[in-house]
Design a binder for this molecule. Structure first.
Ligand code: NAD
Length: 493
């Protein structure tokens, strides 16, 4: 099979190929862009941002809704592009694209409500002031995306940044440039006008160039290792960053869980998209009395799934080596493969492992394959401790009839689903993001809109105080008055 990015960084005019992970067919050739293209795009975006922000919330809402409608009407086309380039089944591509469209619509509808200028209380000391808080756009946002959810994931930044009034330069993954190009063209068709959303194609070099091209914020989604490089590049220009990184998400199964539902969710969370989901399940902690029946049923159900049929191939060839290394290390350290474990080319059969030491790679590092480690725990306290025991903290799932929410609150994660898996991603009003090695900042929801705006605090004096406070005319009586007011306000605790 051809390498996924058959290109060398040479002179002007170099290109790279996008290759189908399922067939090895070359699907398209794209310019390997870098610094000059990134800088030119940002200059054009800055100009376009003036027009876009001048439209106001209502003007942008109309246009973004038109884009959402266009995406919905051309869903089949988009699904085909994702299926061909990423390799996932069409139904999974349709689910991903539908969720993304819902986010565009939500951001369009709610940007005004969340970001519009509001009056806030001015307090007793500043009672002569009117205080207002507004969220103007930042200007130009650079978005660097991954390949695993090439529509849903970057859209979490693109749609929210646009709705907040910014222009966007989007660098899709070098493994899914065709999806990125399709999205940008669809925007151009639905929203004619200045280049509010532009495409930059290429590999990490293009991404690094975007970090240094003068953007006002860089929204990155990808691995923690690349995230560090992006932060370092952005630090040179004090460019703020949003980091959506990897995960090692766990599922906790309590004694009072619905066993069948938990098994079903573990399978979907672990194996769908061939396990290449940032918020997918990679570890399961089952409380003792339910452990044996849970493992028995999980193995039974996993045995019914087929790589290449229920989910697609591993998109990035290098990832197969990571999966192989994690499995080999787990087995060498006493782990047992109860089902799966075989890898043919880039197809990995659904794999369930038990007795894997907690400090092994398969439990601590992101595997990003259709594998689950299952461990027996004495109680929910131990499940919480082990769930919180990796550097990552993206999301988790808890199955319990009575204690689900209580357990979820104790997890060091940005998100959790109780009696379900990854459900939070389909709720547009909920923020999406993690802690620790999973990153920081949020896409989606009101927090996701504010991520692409700058809070601007403005006071306006309504009347002059007889005794000015911020003035060299302040005298001892004013100081006394202030002290009295503070004592009255806060002195009693
Ligand atoms: P990756 O880190 O290899 O690449 C991500 C993007 O960064 C690509 O567009 C790549 O070209 C670019 N890039 C590479 N080197 C760069 C550099 N030096 N400077 C700037 N940009 C550079 O990640 P991937 O393999 O595409 O995606 C998989 C990873 O993404 C997994 O770790 C997954 O968990 C994570 N992910 C996270 C989320 C989330 O929302 N938290 C969502 C999807 C995927």
């Amino acid at each position: 099979m051809a390498t996924r990015t058959a290109a060398t960084r040479t002179q002007k005019g170099a290109t790279f190929d996008s290759v189908s992970p399922a067939t090895g067919e070359v699907l398209g050739s794209y310019p390997l862009q870098g610094e000059p293209e990134a800088r030119a795009a940002v200059v054009a975006a800055r100009e376009a941002a003036l027009w876009w922000s001048s439209l106001g919330f209502a003007g942008r809402r109309t246009r973004l809704k038109a884009w959402a409608a266009h995406l919905a009407r051309h869903l089949d086309e988009l699904v085909e592009v994702v299926h061909r380039e990423n390799g996932k089944p069409r139904s999974d591509a349709a689910l991903e694209a539908s969720l993304a469209i819902d986010h565009v619509a939500w951001a369009a509808k709610n940007a005004g409500k969340v970001l519009r200028e509001k009056r806030v209380p001015s307090g007793l000391v500043a009672l002569n002031q009117t205080a207002t808080l507004a969220y103007p756009p930042l200007g130009v946002i650079g978005v660097i995306g991954p390949w695993n959810y090439p529509v849903f994931t970057p859209m979490g930044s693109i749609a929210y940044a646009l709705a907040a009034g910014n222009a966007v330069v989007f660098k899709p993954s070098e493994h899914t440039p065709g999806v990125g190009e399709w999205l940008v063209r669809s925007f151009e068709q639905a929203v004619p006008g200045p280049p509010v959303l532009q495409l930059l194609t290429g590999d990490g070099g293009a991404g690094a160039a975007l970090c240094r091209a003068g953007v006002d914020k860089l929204a990155f989604t990808g691995s923690a290792a690349t995230g560090r490089k992006v932060m370092a590049a952005c630090a040179e220009g004090l460019v703020p960053v949003l980091m959506e990184l990897g995960g090692k998400d766990a599922m906790v199964v309590a004694e009072d869980a619905d066993l069948e539902a938990a098994v079903d969710a573990a399978l979907w969370g672990g194996m769908s998209n061939a396990g290449q989901t940032c918020a997918g399940i990679e570890r399961v902690y089952v409380v003792d009395p339910l452990y044996d029946p849970f493992v028995r049923r999980l193995v039974e159900r996993a045995g019914e799934l087929r790589a290449g049929e229920h989910y697609g191939p591993i998109t990035m060839p290098g990832q197969v080596d990571v999966i192989r290394r994690h499995l080999a290390d787990a087995v060498a350290r006493g782990g047992r493969v109860l089902v799966g474990g075989s890898i043919e080319g880039n197809l990995v059969e659904p794999t369930v492992l038990v007795d894997v030491p907690e400090d092994s790679a398969a439990v601590q590092e992101e595997t990003f394959g259709p594998t689950l480690t299952v461990a027996r725990v004495a109680d929910l306290d131990e499940a919480v401790r082990l769930t919180n025991g990796t550097a990552y903290g993206l999301s988790a799932s808890v199955f319990s009839r009575r204690r689900g929410r209580e357990v979820a609150r104790r997890l060091r994660t940005g998100m959790a689903s109780v009696n379900d898996v990854i459900a939070f991603a389909s709720v547009p009003s909920l923020p999406f993001g993690g802690v620790g090695a999973s990153g920081f900042g949020r896409i989606h929801g009101a927090d996701g809109l504010r991520e692409f705006a700058r809070p601007q605090a403005v006071t306006s004096q309504r009347f002059a105080l007889p005794r000015p406070v911020a003035s060299f005319r302040r005298d001892a009586r004013t100081d006394k008055l202030l002290a009295t007011m503070v004592t009255l306000l806060h002195g009693r605790g």
